[in-house]
Ligand binder design. Structure first.
Ligand SMILES: C[S@@+](CC[C@H](N)C(=O)[O-])C[C@H]1O[C@@H](n2cnc3c(N)ncnc32)[C@H](O)[C@@H]1O
Length: 264
């Protein structure tokens, strides 16, 4: 009847959404494309309901197409008589294997209904794990940095696939970025590491990302005035309160949270 593409989040079982958990519990078979996603899925459904799919470790497009055709045929058979789920780490629509499945089903099994349950992606989870705030008014780009590459240009970047941190670091620092690395964030499997020292993570681990920011790109926020107004004891005086309220209101108008026009 339906195939649910379920995002499992970064790896900790309690970061699966309530809707995702329900889809997993209701599915007749939960298909998993890898070992890590399987270990998260088994926190929510018994092993007996997990269906493993075999994908060759190859870039050969012919072999990949053949593997996806086979996987889609099996999933379509299950989804014809009941409900199936296909899980991916993070979000199914962000740099994910799920796209291959969606395209293959659309081509060969268009009768299968598809529903996607979004997951907590590393694209957003990194901010909490690394203690970073992407403030209103700033921009953020997503890039890949596999094989030691150092993409540059945007003021702020999340870099996926940081497999050679020391080489990537050299290029980023030369281009004027401050860089923080995160490995196995919100994951139960393996050690979580957050560091700005690339030599601390020089061993290759696919589940590594980086956040790179140009220091001069910081966007002033209305509430920064609280910190400027605080005295040595750390207490905030009421100096500037009117200005702050006015700035916050106009920020709300910009973001569409407050009605605009002449309202004061
Ligand atoms: C193919 S992408 C999959 C992204 C996933 N669909 C998502 O939405 O988070 C894999 C890359 O995401 C990053 N990544 C995913 N989960 C991570 C985690 N828990 N900790 C650190 N990096 C992670 C790594 O850079 C990894 O190379």
């Amino acid at each position: 009847m339906t195939l649910y593409g379920v995002g499992l989040g970064p790896g900790q079982a309690d970061l699966v959404t309530v809707r995702g958990k329900r889809a997993l519990e209701d599915a007749d078979v939960v298909y998993s494309p890898g070992r890590l996603s399987r270990s998260v899925a088994t926190e929510h459904v018994p092993e007996a309901r997990i269906g493993d799919l075999d994908f060759p470790m190859t870039r050969d497009e012919e072999k990949l197409r053949a593997a996806w055709k086979e996987a889609a045929a099996e999933i379509a058979t299950t989804a014809r008589d009941g409900d199936a789920a296909f899980v991916t780490l993070g979000d199914p629509n962000v740099y994910s294997t799920f796209g291959h499945l969606r395209r293959t089903l659309a081509a060969f099994h268009p009768e299968v209904d598809l529903e996607v349950v979004p997951g907590v992606s590393a694209v957003t989870a990194f901010a909490t794990a690394l203690g970073v705030e992407i403030t209103a008014g700033s921009s953020l780009a997503l890039r890949e940095a596999d094989g030691g590459r150092s993409p540059t240009g945007p003021d702020r970047m999340v870099l996926f696939k940081v497999t050679d941190a020391p080489s990537t670091h050299t290029g980023l620092v030369e281009a004027g970025y401050d860089v923080t690395y995160g490995r196995r964030l919100f994951m139960e499997q393996g050690e979580t590491l957050v560091t700005d020292d690339p030599t601390a993570i020089d061993e290759r681990d696919y589940y590594t990302l980086a956040y790179a920011e140009k220091p001069e790109a910081r966007v002033e926020q209305a509430t920064d005035a609280f910190l400027e107004a605080s005295d040595e004891s750390g207490l905030v005086s009421d100096g500037g309160a009117q200005d702050i309220a006015r700035q916050e209101r106009s920020e709300g108008v910009l973001c569409g949270d407050e009605p605009g026009g002449d309202r004061q």
